[in-house]
Design a protein around this ligand. Structure first.
Ligand code: FAD
Length: 377
């Protein structure tokens, strides 16, 4: 059988692309190296979805992703697919001023928010008891916590009966572009598609190289830890701009704390997947800058994952070679935008949409300065 579209990579992006392509009436084969979907970066993420992204296109991606996550939540038995928990962005000094400047943009977009002074922050969230006098906070109550793995399962579940074939434990190790079709080799088997979409996260560059192509994608490393606080914390998602630490509630008494970003290039097949000693030592100390909960915080575990940088921090979506398309370049904010970008990528691959400004060949495949994606600018 020759599929309309072969998708390589079953993370949030590839799963969303598969769903969108099936909805457009295509036959789709989704090849995933792991035993289950969304077990790599998507599973390692903090799961934050926020409207505090400043690029208008990202704001639109988040809006569309919200709709797709909400749809999955409606049909899934797993209520953790998407939960409204709210996010508190804390800042002091210059960062505080920068944060206040951003409120006009939120107002213009109709995003609910409140600007809180230190007294009001502590009144609402008493465990934030170590804040500096000049701390201000932006409270965005509609921000969500996501479970990307549950989303990927749900997004593909309905599509499986409607034109989607999923092959897990299928590690792609060969791609050939031939006249009129793409041949993809995985686990000793050969599959054919009229077109192929590589949505393999930070592995995407290695995969397109199998077809003799290349692109400007540099994987960098981010870290997260699970901290046991030993008592109920009643915290929302907290992002402390001055230390660049974020906390994500993980049950009543635990939080996930990140980020320990290392802005240099890593190999997705050869990097340390546990947290660095230094990150583990510092993370509770950094928590102490906002809360005394850090005093008794115990480290349950820590891990590192890779995210993909591009020269302009915008995703790479579109045609790279004859019948070969890609979707990558998440900049560490790919769970919150993933369903929308995956959908767009599928539509571009099927000639149902255009995104010339995201063309994957808009940069030469050369080294560039890696800059983080989740920032205030
Ligand atoms: C610690 C950490 C915290 C993060 N926090 C957030 C957050 O709070 N909010 C947010 O929006 N984003 C966050 N991110 C980023 C987010 O996780 C990524 O942007 C997102 O998961 C990218 O999804 P993806 O589908 O492109 O990649 P992935 O989830 O990595 O999926 C790629 C898939 O391709 C498969 N694959 C690779 N090679 C092959 C092959 N040869 N053959 C077959 N399959 C292959 C892999 O197995 C994998 O399943 C975080 C990331 C990390 C690491």
């Amino acid at each position: 059988m020759t599929y309309d579209l072969v998708i390589v990579g079953g993370g949030v992006w590839g799963s969303a692309a598969a769903q969108a392509a099936v909805r457009a009436g295509s036959s789709v084969l989704l090849l995933e190296a792991n035993i289950g979907l969304a077990q790599e970066s998507s599973a390692k993420s903090g799961g934050i979805l926020t409207d505090l992204l400043w690029h208008p296109e990202d704001q639109a991606f988040v809006r569309r992703s919200r709709e797709l996550y909400a749809e999955a939540r409606e049909t899934s038995v797993d209520v953790s697919v998407a939960r409204k928990v709210g996010m508190l962005t804390l800042a002091e000094g210059e960062h505080g001023t920068a944060l206040q400047h951003r409120t006009q943009d939120l107002r213009d977009r109709g995003i609910p928010f409140e600007l809180l002074d230190r007294r009001e922050i502590v009144r609402r969230f008493p465990r934030l008891d170590r804040l500096r006098e000049d701390t201000v906070a932006l409270w965005t109550p509609n921000d969500w916590h996501l479970n990307p793995t549950a989303y990927a399962q749900e997004a593909t579940a309905a599509a499986r009966g409607a034109g989607l074939t999923v092959r897990s434990q299928s590690h792609v190790d060969g791609i050939r572009l031939e006249d009129g079709k793409v041949s993809v080799q995985a686990g000793g088997a050969m599959y054919e598609g009229h077109r192929a979409l590589i949505a393999a996260g930070t592995w995407t560059r290695k995969l397109v190289r199998l077809a003799g192509l290349d692109l400007a994608l540099m994987p960098y490393r981010v870290q997260l830890s699970s901290l046991e606080l030993g008592e109920p914390h009643q915290l929302p998602i907290v992002w402390h701009l001055s230390t660049d630490v974020y906390l994500v509630p993980d049950g009543e008494k635990d939080v996930l704390a990140g980020d320990g970003t290392r802005l240099s290039e890593f190999d997705p097949d050869d990097y340390q997947t546990s947290g660095d000693d230094q990150f583990e030592e510092e993370i509770a100390e950094r928590l102490l800058m906002v809360s005394s909960l850090g005093e008794r915080a115990g480290l349950r575990s820590s891990w590192a994952g890779l995210v993909g940088a591009t020269p302009d921090r915008r995703p790479l979506v579109g045609r790279l070679g004859d019948r070969l398309y890609v979707a990558c370049g998440d900049q560490g904010i790919g769970v919150m935008r993933g369903p929308a970008i995956g959908e767009l990528a599928a539509k571009v691959a099927l000639d149902l949409a255009e995104a010339p400004h995201l063309r994957p060949d808009r940069f030469p495949p050369e080294p560039f300065e890696i800059r983080p994606g989740f920032t205030l600018d």
